[in-house]
Structure formats: C-alpha cells, structure tokens
Write a protein that binds this ligand. Structure first.
Ligand code: PA5
Length: 432
C-alpha cells in the first residue's frame, strides 16, 4: 500500500483537479501500453514456462542492454535480492535476524552489462563460464549500437566455443522490427516481445523486467498485483484516489515556481536503484524542445537522486541552505525487517530500524523549517507488491506531467539524434 503525504509540499494538488478527466482522456488517446501491460497474463504464462524449462541449467544470467532496456532489471535486482550475495533474499519477511538470508542455491546470479566500457566486459568474462551462461539481449529497436556490439561480441565467443547459440541466447525485442528480430527469425532463437506501444523507459513490467526477475526467483505475479492496484488509482477520475495525478500536480506547480530539480530520496538502501530508474523516466519523458503545437518550449525537470541516511552527510547541506530550487521526494519504508538493536551507548532502546525513521523525520523537519518543499511516499516494505505500485505511481505521474506541459512524454528525439550521429561516425570510420 502506497501513501502520499504532501503537507510539506507548499502547493496543493487540488488546484488542478478539474484537469484530471481531460488529461486522462488525452493519455488514452496516445494509446500507450504501460498501464495495460500488468494485466497481460499470457506473457506471464510464457515467462513461467520458459523459467521451468531452463531451471537448474545456468549459473549465470547476463543481460546485454542499455537505458530503458537495463535500468528496470537493475532496479528489480537491487531492490529484491540480497545486497551482498546477489541472490534473492527474504529478509523483509523473516521474523528473526537469524532467519535471513535464506538463499535457494539453485538460483543463478544475474549480471547486467549496461555499458560498453571494455573493463566491464573483461571483468564479466573473468567470472562467467560460457557453457553455464544464458545471455538475455534486450533492445526494443533491435539496432542500438551498444547492445548489438555486446551481442556480436558474446555471440562470437559462444560460436568459438562451439556452443549452440539457441541454448545461450534469449532476445527481448520488437515483434516486427530491427536487426535482432531478423536474427531471431533466421536462427530460431527464443524471443519475447516488447509491445510496440510501450517505450523503453516504460517497459519494466513487460518481459524486459519480468523475465530476468523470474529467473532469479522474484515473485513477478506479486509485482503485477501491486502494479494493477496502482493502475486502478491512475485510471480513477476521483482526484483524492489518483495518487499519480496528485504527485504530478505538485511536481508541476512547484516547477512553475522555480523548483525545477526534483530529488528522489529513499530512506532504504534497496531503493537506490529505483531512484536511478526514475531519473531516466523523468529526464527523457519531460525534457523536450517542442510542445504538441510544435512551439519551442524547452521543458524539463532535472532529476536527482539521494539516499537516506547516507546523503544527510553529503547533499543535505545544499538542499537546506543552497538555492531554493528543489522538491525533495522521500520514500519512507514502514517495515524494514527484523528489529536490530543498537547497544545502549548512544541511547536506550534504540534499534537501527528506529534510528533510520528518526533520521528521516529530522531531515524532513529541517527542510520544512528552511521552507524547502518536500513530500513523502510511504510504503509498507520493500517487496514485490510495493515495487509494482511504485513503478506505476511514477510512470502515471510522468504521463500526467506530459499533459501539464502539453508535450509528448513518450518520445525521445534527443536520444535518437545521439544514436544517429554515433552510427554516422562509425560508418564513416569503417570506410576510412
Ligand atoms: O526509453 C527509451 O526509449 C530509451 O532510453 C531506450 O530504452 C534506450 O535508448 C535503449 O533503446 P533500445 O531498447 O532500442 O536498445
């Protein structure tokens, strides 16, 4: 269950409630699939069948992808697996400290190579054994240079080792377009579709996020249950239920008042990857040159992320006393697992669980005292359900922001330009 506490935001979402129904209609007209994907039970069935088929076959799963094709899986892995063993953990559900981690050893380790840094590639090769590795190649366009280069590189390695590519590659790509789809068809490589009407940064609840999550033991049905719950709120014309609309209204109103840096600051180590995921969503969706009438507008909200309590000793000084140009969005987690007592040197009856809550409240109060707008998104615990809710909360809010600014939140011409220039340069180089 996700709650939004907005009393410190200095503006009220209610001011915009008369726009809700029109904005919902406009979003429907854009025919986007991010809020229908969580009901796609057929895809879940295919993912589950595939997972059963390959169970116990691999020690390592490697995702090759970048941007929206990597940040969702990175976030799911970071939020829902053990911080030090890379395996799925149940620590939030465990009742006793000694209960965790309970690690099912049959689960493979997941590595996500979201860059083309040669050192990263080399270090990956140091730890994987090709014959026990499954590569998941994720690219919606099926042409992204970074991802395709990674694919061709590891494809050569698999061929050189005389292994069957069909046993070591799975593709996640467009149903009908791109080089990767051509290879899949020619070589009969198992392939999952990214629906045409879901853009990369909105695709975490498609096979992009769900397949790797399933393969490392995350309960994907629970992610989708949480997502569907938030979808109902996102589709509600009742402003008091529609949390994504409330969030977007506050973000928009504050940006118009000059608070154009929006900091997502979870007080939970496990949600730092979520803040990275959101950074792309907000930046790519709202940073636009032209509006829907083709007028040059250069809209944008600069995303930033911080981590509580760590960044109290880093960025908080700036947030409290620097330019008053930010909205701080906390994520607070009610249940942080078993209570871990701190020996009574600082204070009696203190636990780490209590300490992190006290620190969050104190940071919030310090900002409010300094007239710095902030709000809190509260979740029960970091689990599958909450992640599903959070994904749709922020995706929905971003879609509404697109309507507030009257821009297309679902394209990314700036990214495409850089992709095109990279290709031209590579092409030019290969001719010399
Ligand atoms: O959100 C987007 O569309 C982009 O960030 C893409 O995810 C990113 O550029 C990777 O594209 P592709 O999945 O086509 O390889």
């Amino acid at each position: 269950m996700v709650e939004l506490k907005t009393e410190n935001s200095t503006v009220s979402a209610k001011k915009f409630s008369s726009h809700l129904s029109a904005y919902l209609n406009q979003i429907h007209n854009k025919d986007q699939g991010f809020y229908t994907a969580p009901r796609d039970s057929e895809t879940v069935k295919e993912i589950n069948e595939f997972a059963s088929k390959i169970k116990g076959k691999y020690n390592h799963i490697v995702i090759l992808g970048i941007g929206g094709s990597a940040l969702g899986p990175i976030c799911l892995k970071q939020s829902l697996t053990h911080s030090f063993t890379e395996r799925v953990c149940d620590c939030v559900r465990a009742r006793e400290v000694n209960d965790f981690p309970k690690i099912p050893h049959s689960i493979p380790e997941l590595f996500i190579i979201d860059n083309i840094d040669p050192i990263l590639i080399k270090e990956l090769e140091d730890v994987i054994k090709l014959e026990k590795t499954l590569f998941i190649v994720i690219t919606k366009s099926g042409t992204t240079v970074e991802t395709m280069s990674q694919y061709y590189y590891f494809r050569d390695k698999i061929d050189e080792a005389k292994l069957n590519a069909r046993d070591h590659f799975v593709f996640i790509t467009s149903h009908s377009k791109g080089k990767l789809r051509e290879i899949a068809t020619e070589e009969k490589i198992t392939t999952f579709d990214i629906p045409e009407k879901i853009g990369g940064r909105f695709s975490v609840l498609t096979p992009v996020g769900l397949l790797p999550a399933k393969l490392i033991g995350i309960k994907i049905e629970e992610i989708l249950e949480g997502a569907n719950e938030m979808c109902d709120k996102f589709l509600s014309e009742d402003e008091s239920r529609n949390i994504p609309f409330q969030l977007a209204s506050i973000q928009y109103a504050l940006e118009r008042e000059g608070k154009n840096i929006h900091v997502l600051m979870p007080y939970a180590q496990k949600l730092s990857g979520f803040a990275d995921w959101y950074k792309q969503l907000l930046a790519e969706s709202i940073g636009k040159k032209i509006d829907n009438t083709k007028k040059i507008v250069h809209t944008g909200i600069t995303p930033a992320n911080a981590l509580g309590a760590t960044d109290q000793h880093s960025q908080l000084q700036l947030y409290n006393e620097g330019p008053n140009d930010k909205l701080i969005m906390f994520i607070e987690v009610e249940n942080m697992g078993p209570e871990i007592p701190i020996p009574p040197i600082e204070a009696a009856n203190l636990t780490f669980n209590k300490l992190i809550q006290i620190e969050k409240e104190s940071t919030e109060n310090s900002l409010t005292k300094n007239n710095r707008p902030n709000l809190t998104i509260k979740i029960d615990s970091v689990n599958e359900r909450a992640l599903g809710e959070l994904f749709i909360l922020f995706e929905g809010a971003t879609a509404f922001l697109g309507e507030f600014y009257n821009i297309n939140a679902f394209d990314q011409p700036g990214v495409e330009l850089s992709k095109q220039l990279t290709k031209e340069k590579i092409h030019g180089n290969s001719q010399t």
